[in-house]
Write a protein that binds this ligand. Structure first.
Ligand code: ATP
Ligand code: MG
Length: 220
C-alpha cells in the first residue's frame, strides 16, 4: 500500500514539480501514470522509491512513513521494489547477463539460484540471445528490456516502471505490457508511466493523470 498525503516537491532550482498530491495505491493494483512531459510523473515515482524526498506532506509505504525511515533502512525498502528507470541505468562494464545477475547478488542470492533465474528472465523479455553483449552494444529498446529484466529478477512485491516502452516498437510494447499485466495478476503491484494512450486503453487498470504537478484525473 502506497499512501500520499498532500505531498509536494519543489526542486532546489525552484521548480514546483508536485503540488499537493493525495492518493492511495493498494497492494495488487495496476496503475498507469499519464501526463505531459514535465508534468511530474518521474518525480512521483522517485518519491515512492525515496530517490527524492518531499518538500511537504507525508508518504507512507506498507505502513512506513518514508520521512521517518533511517538511511540504512532504504535498501530494505527498495528490495520490495523492481524499478525500471527512464534512463535505464545499466552498468556498461558488465554484459547483459551480469547486469541482471548483479541485482540478485546484491540481495544475497545463491550462485545456484542466479544460474537458474537469470536465463529464465532474459528469455521472458526476449533477450536470451544478447546475454553476452554489453548495454552499449544494444538498441534502446533492448537496453530498456534489460532494465525490465533487472527489475523483475528478484520477484519484487511492486514494479515501478518509468516509460518501460518508451523506446520499443508497438508490437514489443504490447508484449511488455502483457508481461507486466501477467505479473500483476500474480499479485504484484504495478505502477507504469507511459505516453502511449493506445496501450492504456488496451489494458485494464487505474489511470492517474498528472498535470502541472496535480492529479487531473484518477479513474478506472
Ligand atoms: N532534479 C531536478 N532538478 C530540478 N528540476 C527538476 C529535476 N527533475 C525534474 N525537474 C523538473 O520538475 C518538473 C517535473 O519533472 P518530471 O521529471 O517529474 O516530469 P515527467 O512528467 O516525468 O516528464 P517526462 O514525461 O518528460 O519524463 C519539470 O519541470 C522538470 O524540469
Ligand atoms: Mg519522466
Amino acid at each position: 500500500m502506497i499512501e500520499f498525503y498532500n505531498v509536494s516537491k519543489v526542486y532546489p532550482s525552484g521548480t514546483h514539480a508536485l503540488n499537493g498530491i493525495s492518493l492511495s495505491i493498494k497492494t495488487g493494483e495496476f496503475v498507469f501514470i499519464v501526463g505531459a512531459s514535465g508534468a511530474g510523473k518521474s518525480t512521483f515515482l522517485k518519491l515512492i522509491m525515496r530517490e527524492e524526498e518531499p518538500s511537504g506532506g507525508r508518504i507512507v509505504i506498507n505502513g512506513k512513513n518514508l520521512s521517518r525511515i533511517k538511511r540504512r533502512e532504504i535498501p530494505y525498502l527498495r528490495r520490495e521494489m523492481g524499478i525500471v528507470f527512464q534512463d535505464f541505468r545499466l552498468i556498461d562494464k558488465m554484459n547483459v547477463y551480469d547486469n541482471v545477475a548483479f541485482a540478485m547478488r546484491a540481495v544475497g542470492a545463491t550462485a545456484d539460484a542466479i544460474k537458474k533465474r537469470v536465463p529464465y528472465i532474459l528469455e521472458l523479455v526476449g533477450l536470451a540471445h544478447k546475454a553476452k553483449r554489453r548495454p552499449s552494444e544494444l538498441s534502446g529498446g533492448e537496453q530498456q528490456r534489460v532494465s525490465l529484466a533487472r527489475a523483475l529478477v528478484n520477484n519484487p512485491s511492486m514494479i515501478i516502471a518509468d516509460e518501460p516502452t518508451g523506446n520499443i516498437d508497438p508490437k514489443m510494447s504490447y508484449e511488455i505490457m502483457k508481461l507486466l499485466n501477467a505479473i500483476n495478476e500474480q499479485g504484484t503491484t504495478v505502477i507504469v508511466v507511459t505516453h502511449e494512450h493506445e496501450l492504456v486503453n488496451s489494458f485494464p487498470g487505474r489511470v492517474i493523470e498528472i498535470n502541472q504537478g496535480k492529479i487531473l484525473r484518477d479513474s478506472y
